[in-house]
Design a protein around this ligand. Structure first.
Ligand code: CO8
Length: 260
């Protein structure tokens, strides 16, 4: 099978660039998530790596979020396995011991937004056509508690409340205004800005940064770890409902119509 993720580790700086390269839109399939998780795990264990930059190798899209085809017309066992891999990627990135920076060089809905928010810092390209946000409600589905908590911890309660109910997607400048991203720069500078930024983080003693991060994030990681099975059950119960399958079917059709 072809590779969904490309890793470039610079041995001299300790910075790894992890590029999503799953055409056409970097949707997060089970294979994509599994490969990304393994790549990040390897880098976490690699002593020559000190931080990672997540970005896209494709034009205009960081990631289209979870692969909707993994949530449609499949059996409950498949949904359970898929959801476990979604939990896994969040646990890995949100609880990452090293520095993780999102270089968001394109649109980043839903799961793409979640992975970005799970990083320590977000830099987005200034193209006004790009969008980022948790748009689940627009698909007729509901982001689980740990998506919600991640957003609350990023932009605060009130903004999350509005965002989740409307399934809002933000332009780069609006995302900057609400603090969903930390910096907006011209597209050609996204990666270099990410490298400059990570260099600043690297100047902090690793153990102090790492313990500070863990102090902030461990309670949320533990909360999901303690309820993984029930969270999987909830997902499978929800996604197998006829009404939800119908909504997803409509949504996928609308994506195809929009194109025609
Ligand atoms: N999954 C699967 N296929 C997708 C996805 C996706 N997320 N997004 C796009 N595609 C497909 C399209 O259907 C299209 O397929 P085809 O070529 O067969 O027609 C192909 O990818 C290219 O898509 P577009 O033509 O739309 O490409 P554009 O460059 O015009 O637009 C966008 C790219 C902006 C990414 C656009 O495709 C888009 O908006 N996609 C939908 C994104 C989205 O809504 N994702 C939400 C996924 S749900 C999620 O991540 C969290 C779920 C949490 C679960 C909650 C519990 C139930």
């Amino acid at each position: 099978s072809s590779s969904h993720v490309k890793v470039d580790l610079d041995g001299s700086t300790g910075i790894a660039v992890v590029k999503f390269q799953s055409s056409p839109v970097n949707s997060m399939s089970l294979d994509f998530l599994t490969e990304l998780c393994i790549s990040l795990e390897k880098l976490e264990l690699d002593r020559s790596c000190r931080g990672v930059i997540l970005t896209s190798a494709l034009p205009k899209i960081f990631s289209a979020g979870l692969d909707i085809t993994e949530m449609y017309g499949k059996n409950p066992e498949h949904y359970a396995e898929f959801w476990k891999s979604v939990q896994e990627i969040w646990l890995k990135v949100y609880g990452y011991s090293k520095i993780a920076i999102a270089a968001i060089n394109g649109s980043s809905p839903a799961g793409g937004c979640l992975v970005s928010m799970a990083c320590d810092y977000r830099i987005m390209a200034d193209d006004p056509r790009y969008r980022i946000g948790l748009n689940e409600a627009q698909l007729g589905i509901v982001a689980p508690f740990w998506f919600k908590d991640t957003m609350v911890n990023t932009v605060g309660f009130r903004t999350t409340e509005l965002s989740l109910q409307f399934g809002l997607m933000y332009s780069p400048s609006d995302a900057l205004k609400i603090g969903l991203v930390d910096q907006v720069v011209p597209e050609e500078n996204v990666l270099s800005t990410a490298t400059e930024t990570i260099t600043k983080w690297l100047a902090i003693p690793d153990h102090a940064r790492e313990i500070s991060k863990s102090m902030m994030r461990k309670p949320m990681v533990d909360r999901l770890l303690a309820s993984r099975e029930s969270d999987i059950k909830n997902f499978v119960n929800f996604i197998t409902k006829d009404s939800i399958q119908k909504s997803l079917g409509f949504y996928m059709n609308s994506l195809k119509q929009r194109k025609a």
